[in-house]
Write a new protein. Structure first.
Length: 103
């Protein structure tokens, strides 16, 4: 769907569960069309709280997490592994296209 993405903490919780359990990501959470090259683009439209997540959160190879400048709060030892695009703040640190930005 063209307006697909993460719009609420409830959406974020469902996405986190799917990522952690390796289950199918709900279609309303991603855009997949001729412009994405077959990748599922998961766009954030809110800041999300995944502070209950400790350890690695895997983003599947066929997906891209597009941060769009929003913040993700992770728990102790939490990390996001996999394709990321755009700007996203993880525990206050800025990542651009998945790369930690340093001053």
């Amino acid at each position: 769907p063209p307006n697909s993405g993460i719009y609420s903490q409830e959406d974020a919780d469902k996405l986190l569960a799917a990522l952690q359990n390796g289950t199918e990501i709900p279609a309303t959470f991603y855009q997949e069309d001729e412009t994405t090259g077959g990748k599922k683009i998961i766009r954030l439209f809110i800041n999300i709280d995944w502070s209950t997540a400790a350890g690695e959160i895997p983003i599947p190879d066929d997906c891209i997490l597009r941060g769009q400048g929003f913040h993700i709060r992770l728990g102790d030892g939490g990390a996001i592994a996999g394709p990321m695009e755009g700007k996203v703040y993880i525990n206050g640190a800025l990542y651009v296209n998945g790369v930690l930005q340093t001053e």
